[in-house]
Structure formats: C-alpha cells, structure tokens
Ligand binder design. Structure first.
Ligand code: S3P
Length: 423
C-alpha cells in the first residue's frame, strides 16, 4: 500500500465492517444450535473466512452472500481433514473450546505465525474439564466429550480464553466459574444471556450453569468494529481540519479503553445516537482534529484497549510530553510481537521510541518521515503504519499490507473516500 502525506483534512462519514469478536462468537453460538440462525453485518474478512471454512467442514450449514448469513448447526460431524484456522487466533481458541465438548477427534492447524502463538492457556483448563488436547501449540489434536464444570483461575486477562471456556461450559456437566485477573471483553456473556443461558458475571468472575438443552437460534445484527474504527478516528484526530463521523460502532465499555485514553489526551471525540443491538451498545462517533497531550497507560485499561496499541503509538508520536505504556506484555503474543515490531517500524519512520519488556515509552511530538515499512503480516500494524504515513511528508510504502484483509478489507477504500491519497 502506498500513501502520500502530509494528507489534507479527512472529512465525511463511514460505516465499519462487523465486529470481529462478536462475529466469531455469533457464528459459533449459531453453529451449536440445531435451529436456523440469522446473522447480519457479519465481518467477511480473512479471520472469519477461516472460522466459516472450519465450521462448514464440521457439517454446519452457512449460507448467504455478503455479510448476512443463515446458519444451521447442532450436532457437528467428524471432519475428514485437519481444520485450517489460517492466521486467526480467535478461530483456533474458540473452536478448541467448542470442540472440547464434542465426541470427535479433530486436528487444528494454521499459518506458521499462528503455530507460534500460545494455545496452552486454553488447552490446560480444557484438559482440567476432561478434554484431551495433544499439545500447547498448533498443530494439535482435540478429542472432546464428557466435560465436567469446574472453577478456573486465569493467569492472563484473555477474553479468548474466557470465551473458549464458556463454549466448553455450555456442554459440561455442572457449573463452570472463571476468575479473571482483570475485566476483559464480555461479548460472550452478553450474547449467551440474550439466548437465555444462565450466565452471572462480575468484573472479575463469570459463572455459567448449562441448561442441558441445545442453544436456541441467534438473531443478531453485528455492530461495527470499534477496533477498525480506531484507525479512522486516529487519522481524523491527527490530520488538521479533519472531522469524521463513524456510524453504528460498537461501544461496549470493555472494548473502548482507547476512547477513555483519547479523552485524557484531550481529543475532540463525541458519541451520539446511543442505542442497543443484540445486547451490545452501539453509537455514532465523531472525531475532529485535536492537539494531544501525552498520558501513561497501565493496569486494567490495557485490557480494554489491547488491540489498539499500534495505533495508539502512532497517536502518541504527536502528543506533547512523555507517553508510557506498562503492563502490556500480552502485546508480544499477538499477530506479531507488537512491542518490538512496532518500535522497529516506527524507528524506520524516524521516531525515537524505547521498548520495555511490558510496553514502550516515547516523547512527543516527533515528526514522522516517509519510509518503506513492513506490516510483518500483522493487520493492525499495517493500518497503524498507514495512518502514520499520512502524517509524513512524501510517499511511504507499507509492505505486506495485504494483511488488512484479515479484519478490514475496505480499509484503503474507506480512507480514500474520506479524502486520503492511498494506492
Ligand atoms: C479477542 C480478544 C483479544 C483480542 C483479539 C480478539 C476476542 O485477545 O486481542 O483480537 O475476540 O476475545 P485476548 O483475549 O487473547 O487478549
């Protein structure tokens, strides 16, 4: 992807693709129901293509064009081939949880990048419930069935682990309780409650008591993805004269830590037209060019903005003062090592940034220089570097930018429609 900066003002409005986390969960919950579910505005991108392909190989019927799908599942069938989760950690972890409850023997695999990511954090508690899982990294075999509910104490605040355990808990004998060190995104809990499942939750624990009956059908319109919106909000805040309105974005409080951080930085962001869709809060968000001051991000806030650190780092380069991120070692096991790779690519754009074991710090404002940078096949890094390129003077090139198809295929098109020069 090639971008020319410094870009002029971005103006206009845009809609976002469906939320990645909610799309994955909606597909799985629908796949566990023998009734026909109707899902609208499902994210159609690399990560959900992997999930849909795996579910079809398990005998789940998924029909429809574009983002509106009819899904009918129920009893899953023994697949005849290994299931390829592509580069999607959510697909592999959530499928592991669902398969842990099924009397099938399934091999899960994925790209070399996915095979490096930690699966033991899901496999270990699922083994304690009775599943047999051959390894802590892909490729791995899962043989499920006969699960017993139990109490889990998670070491990391991971919504993927929590969601996987809830999928297993639905199929277990007895109650499952999950204690988490900090509140993580609660889409599974909300969706299951909408389906009439007995799920009790507080900030640090979730308890599920299975009904013993198959899940009812899911009917849901997936909200726009806040994590995709973040790139456009950032571009609007950073480019003088900009005003961008994003319609129908999910504003679940467990997801929008970046908005709290941007408020503290002095960004001009307004939220209007608040409403609910399928148990999730949705709103329109308008971002305008603002001068930013630096902040420190640490503790539970990190979990609520875990996917937004690459774009936050780009914004921090323009903030007055010292930005520090702590308690964010989880960034090292995302689609790339999002601390060292981010620091290395921002350095190529002339930024001075220091890496820490659990975060980074940088002093701003600093001028970004046009450069050739690499996404390291990480979709969020590709889009963050693209926004950085809009601030630099001259033409920049983001290599391996095809990664944006993992979560936001229309990214370049949307930026262009708002006025940026992107090829
Ligand atoms: C996700 C949770 C987060 C996030 C990922 C999606 C989810 O991962 O980074 O993109 O859908 O639950 P962790 O829960 O592992 O932090």
């Amino acid at each position: 992807m090639k971008l020319r900066g410094p870009a002029g003002a971005l103006r206009g409005s845009a809609e976002l693709p469906g939320d990645k986390s909610i799309s994955h969960r909606a597909l799985l919950h629908a796949a566990l129901s023998p009734h026909e579910s109707r899902l609208q505005n499902v994210l159609r991108a690399g990560v959900t293509a992997a999930m849909i392909d795996c579910l079809r190989k398990l005998g789940v019927s998924i029909e429809g064009t574009g983002s509106d799908l009819n899904v009918r599942g129920g009893t899953w069938q023994q697949p005849t081939v290994p299931l390829d989760c592509g580069n999607s950690g959510t697909t592999m972890r959530l499928l592991l949880g669902a398969l842990a409850g099924m009397p099938l023997q399934v091999e899960l695999t994925g790209t070399p990048g996915l095979r490096r990511r930690p699966m033991g954090r899901v496999a270990r508690p699922l083994r304690e419930m009775g599943a047999s899982i051959s390894a802590d990294n892909a490729p791995l075999n899962v043989r499920g069935g006969g699960l017993r509910g139990r109490e889990h104490h998670l070491q990391v605040a991971s919504a993927q682990v929590k969601a996987a355990l809830l999928l297993a808990a639905l199929q277990a004998d007895g109650t499952t309780t999950i204690h988490q060190p900090a509140p993580s995104r609660d889409h599974s809990e909300r969706m299951l409650r909408e389906l009439g499942i007995n799920v009790l939750s507080s900030a640090h624990a979730v308890r599920l008591h299975p009904s013993g009956r198959p899940l009812p059908p899911t009917r849901l319109t997936v909200p726009g993805d806040f994590s995709s919106a973040a790139f456009l909000l950032a571009a609007a805040v950073l480019l003088p004269g900009s005003a961008v309105r994003l319609r129908g974005v999910g504003v679940n409080p467990t997801r929008i830590g970046l908005l709290d951080t941007l408020n503290a930085m002095g960004a001009d962001i307004s939220i209007e037209n608040r409403r609910e869709s399928g148990g999730e809060p949705v709103a329109d968000i308008t971002a305008r060019y603002s001068r930013l001051r630096a902040v420190e991000v640490r503790g539970e806030l990190v979990v609520r903005m875990i996917d937004e650190f690459p774009i936050f780092a780009v914004m921090a380069t323009q903030a007055e003062g010292m930005t520090t991120v702590r308690d964010a070692a989880e960034l090292r096991v995302k689609e790339s090592d999002r601390i060292s790779v981010l620091a290395a690519e921002l350095q190529r754009m002339g930024i001075t940034i220091s890496e820490r074991p659990d975060g980074f710090s940088l002093s701003g404002p600093q001028q970004l220089s046009a450069a050739t940078v690499d996404s390291h096949a990480d979709h969020r890094l590709a889009m963050s570097l693209a926004v950085g390129a809009l601030l630099a003077s001259g033409e920049s090139s983001v290599q391996r930018a095809g990664a944006v198809h993992e979560s936001f295929p229309a990214f370049a098109h949307t930026l262009r429609a708002l006025g940026a020069e992107v090829r």
